[in-house]
Design a protein around this ligand. Structure first.
Ligand code: NDP
Length: 335
């Protein structure tokens, strides 16, 4: 990170690639540290929060000129920790660099490589975004068979799994996304009942009325702003809005006002924000559920893989312009 990004969406030039020659050192005895070779890094919208000079958040900011921390999949090269040995694969917080010396190992998850599941899925389908979809859908949305479910940013890392879990649950599912290619993926690959390109709609309220003539039971909110206002107008009585993210608002210095909140009262809607990290006790159950459905072919997962650490700044900035088609991942090295 070159400097804090307090204004507007992140740009490729806000990050810089530094080439430094380092000597890989074995972690000192008694340090409990491990040396990792990073294989895959995850680009996530929440990381923008950590790139701001703002300390009142749920997560502390990065320091300018320092290596960015993010979720990744890595291989252990050396270890001074009894739980990890060279050759192990792990997933968790690592650095945006080729090799990382990690002292805080308590949140790392050991991965058993599985021939049927790509290793990179451990930052997507089986990682933080997949878990967000699982916790948000089952714990916050209170889904029932037959519910009408609407998901914004539906083809992204989180949205694509929410839609598929909702279909498995017997719901009617509509997603919105920002390009024709994404809409095609939702309808023809991921099994959504309907999907539309919100950029082609001049009136979001009318678009939602077209897809939900009887109204929406569950809105899985990833976007905020005008989309939330339109969804509020179309919610059914006792509807639920799970506020996962507001990607259209998080870069604005003064986020848009919402006009239709009175609907919360008249329709007795429950609108609840959540953080996936509050539900981590459910992680083993999530892994079992999602991995087994994936292996049975009942769930698919779309990744957008960029090659090389040098592609990371553009890929990260691209999230805020909808350039990613599916989960944005950087391949740093082959496993
Ligand atoms: P995505 O993979 O969906 O990537 C972001 C997508 O957001 C883009 O591809 C784009 O899709 C859409 N987007 C970007 N800018 C705008 C904009 N101005 N207006 C409308 N849409 C926009 O990201 P994730 O699936 O990883 O994350 C989805 C949301 O979930 C984010 O808001 C994120 O912060 C949140 N999140 C919350 C967590 C929690 O614990 N609460 C945990 C993880 C994620 P399109 O082309 O369709 O517009």
């Amino acid at each position: 990170l070159k400097h804090y990004i307090n204004d507007g969406v992140p740009k490729q030039t806000d990050l810089e690639l530094r080439v430094t020659k380092i000597e890989l050192k074995v972690p000192p005895k008694g340090s409990g540290a491990i040396l990792l070779k990073n294989l895959y890094l995850s680009c996530d919208p929440y990381m923008h929060r950590r790139m701001r000079d703002f300390h009142g958040s749920y997560i502390h900011p990065f320091l300018p000129s320092q290596v960015i921390e993010g979720f990744g999949v890595s291989k252990v090269i050396h270890s001074d920790h009894p739980n990890f040995k060279p050759g192990d694969f792990i997933s968790g917080l690592t650095g945006w660099e080729e090799y990382s010396l990690i002292h805080k190992t308590d949140k790392l998850r050991k991965i058993e490589p599985d021939d049927d599941i790509p290793l990179s899925f451990n930052v997507g389908l089986l990682g933080m975004p997949g878990f967000t979809a699982y916790a948000g859908f089952y714990e916050v949305c209170s889904p029932r068979k037959g519910d009408y479910v609407y998901i914004s940013a539906a083809s992204g890392a989180v949205g694509q799994l929410v839609g598929q879990l909702a279909k498995l649950h017997g719901c009617y599912v509509v997603g919105s996304a920002g390009s024709k290619e994404k809409v095609d993926i939702l309808k023809n690959k991921l099994g959504f009942d309907e999907a539309f390109n919100y950029k082609e709609e001049s009136d979001l309220d009318a678009a939602l009325k077209r897809y939900f003539p009887e109204g929406i039971d569950i809105y899985f909110e990833n976007v905020g702003g005008d989309m939330l206002d339109a969804a509020l107008l179309n919610m059914r009585v006792h509807g639920r809005i799970a506020v996962c993210g507001m990607v259209s608002q998080q870069s604005l210095s003064s986020p848009k006002g919402i006009h239709n909140l009175l609907n919360l009262i008249t329709k007795r809607i429950r609108m609840q924000g959540f953080l996936q990290s509050d539900y981590l006790h459910l992680y083993p159950r999530f892994l079992e559920h999602v991995a087994s459905n994936y292996k049975q072919g009942k769930i698919l997962y779309v990744e957008d893989m960029n090659e090389g650490l040098e592609s990371a700044p553009a890929a990260f900035a691209g999230l805020f312009h909808g350039k990613n088609v599916g989960k944005q991942v950087i391949r740093v090295a082959h496993d």
